[in-house]
Design a protein around this ligand. Structure first.
Ligand SMILES: NC(=O)c1ccc[n+]([C@@H]2O[C@H](COP(=O)([O-])OP(=O)(O)OC[C@H]3O[C@@H](n4cnc5c(N)ncnc54)[C@H](OP(=O)(O)O)[C@@H]3O)[C@@H](O)[C@H]2O)c1
Length: 341
C-alpha cells in the first residue's frame, strides 16, 4: 500500500497544485497543449479526481502510519529495550539450509555469536565463521534435544535471541499420507517450538530481555492443498505466539521479552521443491531467499517484536478470516498451487 500510495499522492498532488498555483506563463502552454483534446468540463472533473485521490492517499498513509506506530508500541508493551549485537547470543534451529542458514550467515557476518541446531551438519555458508557453533541434533528427539540444549547453556550461556525456524513440508494430500509422517511433521514444526521455549524462555523472563522469533507462513491464512498438516502447524504457531505474548505480559511480567512471527510467501529453498513447477505454471508470487532474509534480520535489529509478512504488500492476507466467506474462498482458490495434474 505504502509503495503505491506515495507515488500516487505525489503525482495527483503535483497535478492539482500545478493547475491551481503555478504562474499563468507556465500553466498556459500546458493548457494550450491539452485543450484541443479535452473539454473544460472533463478537465475540471479530472482535476477534482486528482485532488480527491491526493486527499485519500495522504490521509490513508497518515492513518496507517499512526496505526502502525500504535501496533508496534502495544505489541512491545510500550517499553524500549536495547540490543548489543556483539553481546547477544542467537540460537537458530534448522540452520543448515534455507532461511536458517541465511539468517545465521548475516548475523555472524555482523559479528554476533550464533549457535545453530540442525539434524544435518553445518551448512556450507557457515563453515568459515569462527563465531558460529553448530550442534547436530534432531529437534524431535526430545531426550537428545534436551541434552544438546543443556550442553549449549554450559558452553555458551543462555541465548538471548531464539529463532525457531526448523520446519518440513511434504506435498501429500491428507489421506494419502502416513499418519506417522503427519505426526512427525507436527513434532518438527510445532511441538519442538514448545520444547525450545521450555528450555530457553526462563532465562529471558528472569533477565527481562530476549526475542523469540518463529518462522510461520502465509499458509496459516491461505492453507495449501496437499500440505494440510503443514498449514495446520503454521496456524498453530499464530495461536502459540498470541498466547506467548499474553503470558509474557500478564503471567511472567516480562514486558521486554519480544516475540515475532514471520510469514514469508513461497521462497526458493529446498522446502518448496515439490511445488515449484506448479507455482511457475500458475504464476503465483515467489521470492528469492535474500528478499526474505533481509526483512527478518531487519526485524531482529529493530529490537521490536512484531508480525512480519514478506513481502509486506501481502500483509492484507492476515485479515482474511474477517472477510465474507465468498471472498475468502476466491482468494484461497486464486493462491491454490494445485494445477490438477
Ligand atoms: N521456503 C518457503 O517458501 C517458506 C515459506 C514460509 C515459511 N517457511 C518456513 O521457514 C522455515 C525454514 O524453511 P526453509 O525454506 O529454509 O527450509 P529448508 O531449506 O528445508 O531448511 C529447513 C532446515 O531445517 C532442518 N530440519 C528439518 N527437520 C529437522 C529436525 N527434525 N531437526 C533438526 N533440523 C531439522 C532441515 O534439515 P534437512 O535439510 O536435513 O531436512 C533444514 O536444514 C520452515 O519453518 C518453513 O516452514 C518457508
Amino acid at each position: 500500500m505504502a509503495k503505491i500510495s506515495t507515488p500516487l499522492a505525489l503525482i495527483t498532488g503535483s497535478i492539482y497544485a500545478f493547475s491551481k498555483f503555478a504562474p499563468l506563463h507556465l500553466r498556459q502552454p500546458v493548457l494550450d497543449l491539452i485543450s484541443p483534446h479535452i473539454s473544460d468540463g472533463a478537465l475540471s472533473n479530472l482535476l477534482l479526481l486528482c485532488a480527491a485521490t491526493f486527499a485519500i492517499t495522504t490521509t490513508t498513509k497518515a492513518v496507517l502510519g499512526v496505526s502502525g506506530w500504535f501496533s508496534r508500541k502495544s505489541e512491545n508493551n510500550w517499553v524500549e529495550d536495547k540490543y548489543d549485537w556483539s553481546k547477544e547470543l542467537v540460537l537458530i534451529t534448522g540452520a543448515s539450509s534455507g532461511f536458517g542458514e541465511g539468517i545465521a550467515a548475516k548475523l555472524a557476518s555482523g559479528g554476533t555469536k550464533v549457535v545453530t541446531i540442525d539434524k544435518s551438519p553445518l551448512g556450507p555458508q557457515l563453515q568459515a565463521y569462527q563465531n558460529v557453533h553448530h550442534y547436530q541434533v534432531d529437534v524431535t528427539d526430545w531426550e537428545a534435544l534436551d541434552a544438546t540444549n543443556n550442553q549449549i547453556k554450559a558452553d555458551h550461556g543462555d541465548p538471548t535471541v531464539l529463532i525457531l525456524n526448523a520446519g518440513i513440508c511434504h506435498r501429500i494430500p491428507i489421506i494419502n499420507k502416513d499418519f506417522s509422517k503427519i505426526k512427525s511433521l507436527i513434532d518438527v514444526n510445532l511441538t519442538s517450538q514448545f520444547a525450545m521455549l521450555h528450555q530457553f524462555l526462563p532465562s529471558m523472563i528472569e533477565n527481562n530481555h530476549g526475542h523469540i522469533m518463529s518462522l510461520g507462513s502465509l499458509s496459516s491464512y491461505i492453507p495449501i492443498p496437499g500440505a494440510a498438516d503443514y498449514s495446520a502447524t503454521k496456524s498453530g504457531l499464530c495461536a502459540l505466539h498470541e498466547a506467548l505474548r499474553l503470558e509474557l505480559r500478564h503471567i511472567y511480567k516480562a514486558d521486554k521479552v519480544r516475540t515475532s512471527l514471520v510469514h514469508p510467501v513461497w521462497t526458493h529453498t529446498p522446502l518448496i521443491r515439490d511445488f515449484e513447477p506448479d507455482l511457475k505454471i500458475k504464476g503465483l508470487p515467489t521470492v528469492q531467499l535474500d528478499e526474505t532474509i533481509g526483512p527478518i534480520v531487519e526485524q531482529l535489529y529493530s529490537g521490536y517484536g512484531s508480525t512480519v509478512v514478506i513481502p509486506d504488500n501481502l500483509g492484507f492476507a492476515t485479515g482474511i478470516r474477517g472477510w465474507p466467506h465468498w471472498l475468502q474462498e476466491t482468494l484461497r482458490n486464486a493462491f491454490n498451487p494445485h494445477t490438477g495434474k
